[in-house]
Design a protein around this ligand. Structure first.
Ligand code: 5RP
Length: 213
């Protein structure tokens, strides 16, 4: 089992506040995500700027794209994004068009989706899925549990590299012990911490403790 990556989600309202965080913790994490909120607020300028500061890191544009996949993907790739997200209810043609423009496409699993759909994503060559607890689900009292682990394992069996995200904290990670998670994505667990550098190191150390170097 390989050590899961650590990805920071920059869901800031301004590029300035995102930069204040990412310049401190960017070197600690493996992957940098220009979050949906930041994409909507600051557009591709945020991607351009973060790629310029961290040219060696994978940059994800979390567009959660639902349509015009090829155009959106080309635009974020031109700005410096390596990977991009599409929402799971997007059509296969949207996903196929987006996939051509970026190094890797990730399907964001929200709301209703089926394993039959997941098989069709694999069939068009999509390798990455993001298993998500939405902010709003968490706010309405959802928690991480066995039902999530079962679905994550089944997605891995289908051949996906599965990222896990949504309200994660360091304590949540041990729930996934023994599961070949590809990436843990955390936003506020780092960005809203009193000491973001300490928080990023705590996440990293816990991943290493559980999955090894
Ligand atoms: C919200 C997202 C977030 O970027 C991701 O879930 C991380 O958020 P947090 O750790 O702050 O809950 O994609 O749609």
């Amino acid at each position: 089992m390989t050590r899961p990556n650590l990805q920071i989600a920059l869901d800031h309202n301004t590029l300035e506040s995102a930069l204040a965080n990412v310049t401190k913790v960017g070197d600690i994490v493996d992957i940098l995500e220009v979050g949906t909120i930041l994409c909507l607020q600051e557009g591709n300028q945020a991607i351009r700027c973060i790629k310029e500061i961290f040219p060696e890191k994978k940059i994800v544009a979390d567009t959660k794209c639902a349509d015009a996949g090829g155009t959106v993907a080309k635009n974020v790739a031109d700005a410096g994004a390596d990977w991009m997200t599409v929402i799971c209810c997007a059509t296969l043609p949207t996903m196929e068009a987006a996939k051509k423009e970026v190094e890797e496409l990730q399907v964001e699993l929200y709301g209703d989706w089926t394993f039959e759909q997941a098989e069709s994503w694999r069939a068009i060559g999509i390798k990455q899925a993001i298993y998500h607890q939405s902010r709003d689900a968490l706010l309405s009292g959802e928690t991480w549990g066995e039902k999530d682990l079962t679905k994550v394992k089944k997605l891995i069996e289908l051949g996906f590299n599965v990222s896990v995200t949504g309200g994660l904290n360091v304590e949540t990670l041990k729930l996934f012990e023994g599961i070949d998670v590809y990436t843990f994505i955390t936003g506020r667990g780092i960005t809203a911490a009193k000491d973001p550098v300490q928080a990023a190191n705590d996440f990293k150390n816990e991943i290493v403790r559980i999955w090894g170097e």
